[in-house]
Write a protein that binds this ligand. Sequence first.
Ligand SMILES: Cc1cc2nc3c(=O)[nH]c(=O)nc-3n(C[C@H](O)[C@H](O)[C@H](O)COP(=O)(O)OP(=O)(O)OC[C@H]3O[C@@H](n4cnc5c(N)ncnc54)[C@H](O)[C@@H]3O)c2cc1C
Length: 420
Amino acid sequence: MKKKFSTIIIGAGFGGLNAAIKLGKKNQEVLLIDKTNHHLFQPLLYQVATAGLSPADIATPVREILKKYPSITIIMDEVLDISKEEKKLSLKSLHTLEFDNLIVATGARHSYFGNDQWEQYAPGLKSLDDALRIRENVLKSFEKSELESDQQRIEALTTFVIIGAGPTGVEMAGAIAEIATKTLAKNFSNIDPKTSKIYLIEGGDRVLSTFHPTLSEKSKKDLESLGVIVKLNSFVKDINENGVLVGEDFIPTKNIVWAAGNKANPILNSLDIELDRMQRAIVQNDCSIKGHPDIYVIGDAACFQDGERTLPGLAPVAAQQGKYVATIISKRLPKGKRNPFHYMDKGSMATIGKSKAILEFGKIRITGFIAWCAWCLVHLLFLVLFRNRVFIFFDWVYSYLTEQRGARLIKNGPSNRNID
Ligand SMILES: Cc1cc2nc3c(=O)[nH]c(=O)nc-3n(C[C@H](O)[C@H](O)[C@H](O)COP(=O)(O)OP(=O)(O)OC[C@H]3O[C@@H](n4cnc5c(N)ncnc54)[C@H](O)[C@@H]3O)c2cc1C
């Protein structure tokens, strides 16, 4: 393989992939590096974690997506170090590569706010491994309960605590409630899954705080109608193998999901530039880093100030930045001739459960079945391959009609230490 490329992109998420496609269409030389071989559609990850979808439904091989662009080379490897002065990358495979232009699109991981020891009991949800681990925890907990005679242990196994009431936390809480009360309702003899307790813990004073307060209130009511116990203004003080300490109350549980915080990928440290409190690279208005107009950081890895606000970690932000940076590179625009990046906000949505969702676009606010249909449609359209759209569409129709979840498999893969 060559040692030097015109453009190197690190990460095949929403940002990196969109940049690669745009450059590929212009027949520009690109090397795309990702530590996995797939593009992951994170917005539907919670459905893998809750057995609604299979991993292959939302993870698409990068080589398949980009096969029609001969100017793009793809390698599966992990970048360990970036030297911005020498314009060089060091890879886990011990290769060293040089670039003229670099796009860093390495995404984010969860942050435990300095309590990394909690991760072993409270996995976050970012990768397929995370999702499969959570699925394993949820399903195994019910199986273990069926064997138990100790009521306290049954309660701990069938209590689920989700920490953080952003979109991921709300979607997880709603989906677990539906598993317990509908999908598994009549599947066990010794236990009644409908008596499971599902807590959603939030430090702020409302769920889905980036939405209008009326939508937050509606979502909270929807969650409660599914049986979720929503605790607002509540702070987690400790997590251990027996449960969660929330304020002064200890909730015994073997099932905790962390959906409370993000931080950017540690690879950004090697750029030796200013980072924000979420460890994201503070970028300029053309997404490049200060003093290095050919090195760009985009998507969840970047802290981008768009007028008054810092752009949120959303798929459309990453995708639009990827396309924007690719245009600068393909047109070889020097620093002084670049128009600043502006995010075109096409609205936000979140789902709570079957027929329950919220949608906000400017002053337009929609809830309920119509919002839920719009949520399904938008997510289907955003999937990269037609095959995935078809498979997911039929999975959803099947689940809608039967309340069943097609991916209820326990593989005896990694689950929480406290369940095994
Ligand atoms: C559970 C969940 C639900 C979400 N729901 C929504 C939603 O409903 N709507 C929405 O708009 N957004 C949602 N998001 C956010 C959205 O997915 C992200 O904003 C988006 O994925 C960011 O794109 P990105 O390209 O910056 O990073 P990512 O998509 O995270 O991609 C980063 C890529 O970089 C690779 N990588 C990382 N480090 C290295 C390295 N050192 N070497 C090589 N490769 C590396 C990773 O393997 C990965 O493929 C959700 C996120 C999660 C986790």
